[in-house]
Design a protein around this ligand. Sequence first.
Ligand SMILES: NC(=O)c1ccc[n+]([C@@H]2O[C@H](COP(=O)([O-])OP(=O)(O)OC[C@H]3O[C@@H](n4cnc5c(N)ncnc54)[C@H](OP(=O)(O)O)[C@@H]3O)[C@@H](O)[C@H]2O)c1
Length: 245
Amino acid sequence: MSDRVALVTGSTQGIGAAIARRLAKEGYRVALHGRRSASEMASLLTGLPGASYHAADLEQVESAGSLVRDVLAHHGRLDVLVNNAGAVARFPHADLKAATPAVWRRMMDVNLIAPWMLITEAETALRASARTGRPGCIVNIGTHAGVRPKGSSIPYAVSKAALHHTTRLLALTLGPDIRVNCVAPGLVDTAMSTGWEAAYELWNTKSPMRRPAKPDDIADLVAAFCRNDYVTGEILIADGGLNLT
Ligand SMILES: NC(=O)c1ccc[n+]([C@@H]2O[C@H](COP(=O)([O-])OP(=O)(O)OC[C@H]3O[C@@H](n4cnc5c(N)ncnc54)[C@H](OP(=O)(O)O)[C@@H]3O)[C@@H](O)[C@H]2O)c1
């Protein structure tokens, strides 16, 4: 598999960094991504053979085009796209005024439109990957809050619910050349969830697994979607069973 290339957006830390490490271990050349400069992020590439780093602020959704072009210029092909980069807004669902148009736009731009643009830009390369023997693979990172009426805020949950539905619609549209799946985590112990005491309390006391996920728990599932050549259109909830309560 050593010639296969995976782009993992938002892989400077947290879930994305775990996914990048995991896919590198599975033999992919990984293209890491974040907003910070390549010089700041050089240490990220240590121990990841053939890996590269590409900077792009996906709130500027047009930057998706140059990101995919940079990755293709560097690696010459693209087999897997993991849409992991995401933005969160955290405020009570009942605080309707906090959901300003600017908040709505940021959530939709980073969590929905940027992944859409990346998929659009990557489609030709992912179809070319299919001609080398295995379907191209897209894995989107959603959230349990896109499935159940929960989560950090209504705009965040809605943007991810739209990403879930896009996953299904694109699985239907892009098969058999490209598979499209989604992992929908519950609480994951990362910088994004730091300080959210109520959520930690909930997961530690009420979820069957009695803990939030670690980034590696989510990376395992992304790697499984990448290994499999048949499953498409699935939204896999990874919330330690909280949805059962
Ligand atoms: N943590 C949770 O509890 C949880 C639960 C469910 C779903 N998720 C989802 O999982 C994904 C990863 O979350 P995480 O917890 O690992 O978050 P994190 O630790 O805050 O990392 C976020 C990553 O996304 C990048 N990013 C953020 N905004 C960006 C932008 N505008 N343009 C480009 N890159 C951007 C960051 O890069 P920089 O280096 O530029 O900051 C960073 O690499 C997100 O989609 C999130 O919604 C998280």
